[in-house]
Design a binder for this molecule. Structure first.
Ligand SMILES: Nc1ncnc2c1ncn2[C@@H]1O[C@H](COP(=O)(O)OP(=O)(O)O)[C@@H](O)[C@H]1O
Ligand SMILES: N[C@@H](CCOP(=O)(O)O)C(=O)O
Length: 326
């Protein structure tokens, strides 16, 4: 098909990175989504829908437009003018991987528009380079639980099917914390003791998640490399990390760079209301309002649908109007 006749719609999941000890190496996709539609046109037009897009530029400085151009360059084609429409339920700058979802969504959409010349691995390498860590982008791209590393040149990953008993409670504070700021407070040097602590905990966490040892999650989700340094940026975090497992959580962590906090919960738990009250109550004591959301791990990762440029069967706007589960 001629590239100029193709239109793609991409559905890309949010993600939670680190899961405590897996700093820059563990990511899990969540069933909270952003959608991007893209096609090649005569003159660029970027339309954003929904409250989560406030402040995102609509000119060629838009991240999705810029990333699309990188895909075209890599594929050796030139398509400077794009029609892009975007809608997202993923809150910006809260530790739920909005930037990774935008990068992965843009890579997948642009690749789809030109007939998918780049492999998933090439997209993963590009996404990691752009995000500078593979955890969120790996999860948004491949879905499920992604265990990954990046040596600055190549990223490697293994995708693990999420345990069906796992449900996720996120507490999203009503303030933003950029990943850049939350990385800026981390010490450049760490002790061997902290490194050994995290290697051990992260390894046992992955083994527990792979083998269904949900009883081990609480102890394995401890971290010494980033959460202690980020706690002063998120009032209530220290208490939530210390006590959420006494209120029904299987394990608890800062989601990504924060400020969102995440509890893993057994789907059959009878203590969900207690956990909700504990998390909200702890944040309120610190003067922080937050939104709670119950989420599930997303399994497929980014999904690309190819339409024809004239296809009006179902526009992004209709998806938006029809609710978020389209
Ligand atoms: N859909 C989008 N389109 C363009 N830019 C986006 C989009 N989503 C996120 N971003 C960019 O990513 C930034 C947030 O990234 P970051 O600080 O890493 O937080 P997060 O934890 O949400 O990924 C936003 O301020 C914005 O610049
Ligand atoms: N490993 C990164 C993850 C950042 O995730 P985000 O969702 O906050 O962008 C880190 O901890 O800095």
């Amino acid at each position: 098909m001629d590239n100029t006749k193709r239109k793609v719609r991409v559905k890309v999941p949010a993600s939670t990175a680190n899961l405590g000890p897996g700093f820059d190496t563990l990511g899990m996709a969540l069933d909270l989504y952003a959608w991007i539609e893209m096609s090649i046109v005569e003159e660029t037009r970027i339309t954003l829908y929904g409250d989560q897009m406030n402040g995102v530029p609509t000119d060629k400085s838009n991240l999705v437009y810029e990333v699309a151009q990188m895909v075209f360059k890599r594929a050796g084609v030139s398509h400077p003018e794009l029609e892009i429409a975007m809608y997202s339920d993923i809150p910006l700058t809260r530790g739920l991987g909005s930037s990774a979802s935008a990068i992965v969504g843009a890579l997948a959409a642009a690749n789809g528009v030109i007939g998918s010349p780049l492999s998933d691995d090439e997209l993963f390498q590009m996404a990691t380079e752009l995000e500078q860590h593979p955890d969120n982008v790996g999860a948004s791209l491949f879905g499920g639980l992604v265990v990954a590393f990046w040596d600055g040149t190549r990223a490697e990953h293994i995708r693990v099917e999420p345990n069906p008993q796992l449900e996720v409670l996120v507490a999203i504070p009503h303030f933003q914390l950029s990943t850049e700021k939350a990385r800026g407070v981390l010490p450049r040097q760490q002790s061997l003791e902290n490194a050994v602590f995290n290697v051990g905990h992260s390894s046992v966490l992955v083994a527990a998640l792979c083998t269904g040892r949900l009883d081990m999650i609480a102890r394995a989700m401890k971290d010494a490399l980033h959460q202690p340094y980020r706690a002063p940026l998120v009032p209530g975090l220290a208490k939530i990390l210390a006590e959420a497992t006494n209120h029904g959580a299987l394990g608890v962590a800062l989601s990504g760079a924060g400020p969102t906090m995440l509890a893993l919960v057994d789907r059959s738990s009878t203590r969900k209301a207690e956990l909700e009250q504990f998390m909200l109550g702890t944040l309120r004591q610190e003067g922080i309002e937050a939104t709670l959301m119950w989420l599930n791990p997303d399994k497929p990762g980014v999904q690309v649908e190819t339409l024809t440029a004239e296809d009006e069967r179902c526009t992004l706007l209709e998806i938006v109007k029809g609710g978020v589960n389209a």
